[in-house]
Design a protein around this ligand. Structure first.
Ligand code: XIL
Length: 360
């Protein structure tokens, strides 16, 4: 990368400092088969990225192996509109421009997420808590502006993210959206998105969609939305998995339930941790885990391929070094959830998925 602000070495510092960067071109890679080509015509395969990755060796790898992108963070509401009316599009634009330039699909993630709703959404002019009409106007303005800006390049929007909670009587998470706007905030968000782009496919994105109580709650909410003609096309299944759970039959049961409601399915944030939540290690994981991971990725891909209504699988990161799981819950844990290692080399999971690809 060529930089126009001397001295700073780290990409993250550059981003923080808002320095201008000139992307270096993709670095040539060894000739190897392309996963995206192996699945072409059946599934789009994508990865979550930050703009810093769209150059050099990482850009080359993703262009060789994938045909779809999603912004790991750059399109979240708090990033796009940190203060009311002050949109910051630079990082999201960089990803959208790269997708346009290279003819990649782009998933939009996400228009509404309780974790990344900026505080100003809730503030009334008098400093108190804003009321429903004001919050809805703000939501509409946000959705209209963002969906409108990327209408030519984003064909799928995660309209709402992580709104389900099976412990709630109405299955909806207890958050400010529900408290201030009311439970119809979900329907409103979908309607605003549809008005902003009549052609985009609109998704409800959720984690743990294979856990029966959560899955059934999600189905109940969707049933209600469909009964009111809310324009929702499908379920985005995050699929942050580990080596044991969920099982292939559990994944199958979840996909089948939503397909049975006439909905589409997409896998939107796939990764496969070597650990269960809360476990961690500093030492390099034993190589046998990579083999198990490869077998399991192939078994799950076989389930995905049995579902004609599922047309896109996105990994939550390009390579193990960049995965959110190596930063959370512990900054140093040595996890390896993705298809390429820290040196951008393909792992056994990549080979297994190549083998599992449908024939021509
Ligand atoms: C995560 C990103 O990967 C992190 O970099 C960020 O700090 C927090 O968000 N479910 C989602 C994603 O829908 O947006 C989250 O992404 C991971 C969990």
């Amino acid at each position: 990368m060529r930089r126009r602000c001397g001295g700073l070495a780290l990409a993250s510092l550059l981003a923080l400092a808002g320095c201008v960067t000139t992307p270096s071109p993709p670095t040539p890679l060894p000739d190897r088969p392309s996963l995206a080509q192996a699945y072409a015509g059946r599934l789009r395969l994508g990865v979550a990225v930050e703009p810093e990755q769209l150059q050099g060796a990482q850009a080359a790898l993703l262009l060789q192996q994938f045909n779809s992108l999603v912004a790991e963070n750059a399109m979240k509401p708090s990033r796009l509109q940190p203060a009311e009316g002050r949109f910051r599009f630079e990082r999201a634009d960089a990803i959208a421009d790269f997708a346009r330039q290279h003819g990649l699909a782009l998933r939009g993630h996400t228009l509404l997420w309780h974790q990344r709703t900026p505080d100003w959404f809730w503030r009334a002019p008098d400093g108190g808590l804003a009321e429903r009409p004001l919050v809805l106007r703000r939501l509409q303005k946000h959705i209209d502006t963002v969906v409108g800006r990327y209408r030519d390049v984003v064909q799928d929007w995660d309209v709402v993210n992580e709104v389900i909670d099976a412990s709630q009587p109405d299955c909806l998470r207890d958050n400010l959206w529900k408290q201030v706007v009311g439970p119809d905030y979900v329907a409103q968000a979908f309607r605003f998105a549809r008005a902003a782009d009549p052609a985009a496919r609109l998704w409800i994105n959720e984690f743990s969609t294979t856990v029966p109580a959560k899955r059934d709650c999600l189905a109940r909410v969707l049933h209600g939305l469909l009964a009111q003609d809310v324009p929702v096309q499908g379920v985005g299944h995050q699929m942050h998995l580990n080596l044991d759970t969920p099982t292939a039959p559990e994944v199958e049961a979840s996909l089948a339930l939503f397909a049975g409601l006439g909905l589409r399915n997409q896998v939107t944030e796939l990764d496969m941790s070597f650990y269960r939540p809360g476990e961690a290690t500093l030492t390099a994981p034993p190589p046998a885990l990579r083999t198990r991971q490869a077998e399991r990725y192939a078994a799950l891909m076989a389930v995905f391929l049995r579902h004609p209504e599922l047309d896109s699988v996105t990994w939550w990161g390009l390579h193990d070094g960049q995965s959110h799981l190596t930063r959370w819950p512990l900054a140093w844990r040595a996890d390896e959830p993705l298809l390429f290692d820290r040196a951008l080399q393909p792992k056994p999971a990549w080979s297994a998925l190549l083998q599992a690809a449908p024939g021509p």
